[in-house]
Design a protein around this ligand. Structure first.
Ligand SMILES: [Zn+2]
Length: 131
């Protein structure tokens, strides 16, 4: 190929002219990777129904933290109803809220159980050492 700037012949595929250093691209403005498929990043809008965390929120209600578990159940119930009504964004938002309350409730419940367990251990130690 010939350099467009100075006319010196260069080897095919050479990145720059050996004489003047000008870039030797045959089609400098052709975008690289223009054939990449679109729409793969966000996923399909008609995807599967989001996980509603209903079972987890019920477990939180029963085992850990009643108010947050109930909030999780409320949002979990909204996931199905909103999804069935065609409100995909609302269903996803409710799923996020259900997940949030379930995880917070589980975390608080876990801490509370550990604290209660620790108090019981201390009480048992105290009772044992008092004898
Ligand atoms: Zn040149």
């Amino acid at each position: 190929m010939y350099c467009k700037k100075c006319g010196v012949q260069n080897a095919d595929g050479a990145p720059t002219c050996t004489a003047c250093g000008a870039p030797l691209t045959k089609n400098p403005y052709q975008p690289v990777g223009a054939q990449q498929p679109f729409g793969q990043v966000g996923g399909s809008m008609m995807g599967e129904k989001p996980k509603n965390y209903l079972v987890e929120s019920i477990l939180v209600t029963l085992c850990c933290c009643l108010p947050l578990g109930i909030a999780g159940i409320v949002f979990a119930a909204q996931v199905d109803s909103k999804w069935n009504a065609g409100d995909q964004h609302g269903a996803i938002a409710s799923a996020d809220n259900a997940k949030k309350f379930t995880l917070i409730g589980f975390g608080i419940g876990l801490v509370m159980n550990v604290v209660v367990f620790g108090i019981q251990i201390l009480a048992a130690i105290g009772a044992a050492s008092a004898q």
